[in-house]
Design a binder for this molecule. Sequence first.
Ligand code: SF4
Ligand code: SF4
Length: 341
Amino acid sequence: MRSSELDALIDEVGIVTASARRHVAGVLFTYRCTIQCRHCCFGCRTDLPDAVMTPLQLAGVLALLHETGRVVHVAGGEAMMYWDHLSEGIRLAHLEGNAPYFIETNCSFATDDAIVERRLGFLADHGLRGVLASSDPYHQEWVPPERFLRVREWTIRRFGEQNFYGSKAAAEDIMALPQVTADEERLRQHVRSHPPVMVGTAGRKLAQYLDRRAPDDPALPKAGWRLQRDLPGCLEQFASEPMWELHVDPYGNIQTNCGIILGNTATITPAQLLAQGPEHANRFVERLCAEGPLGLARLAHDEYGFEMPESVTQGCELCFLVRHHLRQSHPHIFGPTEVYA
Ligand code: SF4
Ligand code: SF4
């Protein structure tokens, strides 16, 4: 059940500020997407299996996520591509007082005003408080920028400025975004000045633009994630309080943004996992939290025959290579297939 206290906070400060204060818990409704961004850390794309939550499953997972006290939302892949499932799941959740607070979209659905008005109206009538809309050079390689602008305009109109989660850049700057990926040199400069996390599709498509260093070089960038705290290893990604995001996917897997399964809703709830300490979910996560990706690489080398690469661009890229290797013996931890394919 949604907490009235969090509802009141969102009434006061909106979903963006509330998310910064409480952090978020998201439904990965599907790994499939309408597009295939070069920077996608989950490897979402168009040609993945048609695995999506049922409406009942969505309503059940939303109820579990609200127990965490975080700002609950629905993400993907692109959840909007299964609108019938999504809207029915939200309707069921709303009946029980469990509607999500916002939904994430890449805006590909926003082909005209009528569909945006209709869908946002449905969401508002069923308890949602806002929308997160993506825009950057990678999304706008695929999604016409005017669709983002349309979602932004209608979200602000329907939910108010403080409940639009996304870029406030001038329209002309949004319209110019496709120029970045269309020009190899501009793309290179963009990747170097704003390096994404080199896992999933990003590791395959964008690592070529970054400098390479030996895995044990102290100058190797630790991670692409925006780190807020000075904690050892990857503890910030896994400890309950600093962890930015916890997800549940269509298979019931509970994970952070790192593609490492910490539990499954068949045996543990997200709130129980957070209470137990996700940093102790298994020995691989414990090693990451204590020693970072190099520690995991050494463990995999010593015990599972992982061959240390000569060079990588980021600690996170090293981590992804190690996880690929460990997945052979531990697919229930380093999964699901969509993330590693
Ligand atoms: S970043 Fe988002 S919009 Fe882009 S492919 Fe991944 S899930 Fe889809
Ligand atoms: S090194 Fe691995 S576990 Fe650590 S932040 Fe990067 S992807 Fe996540």
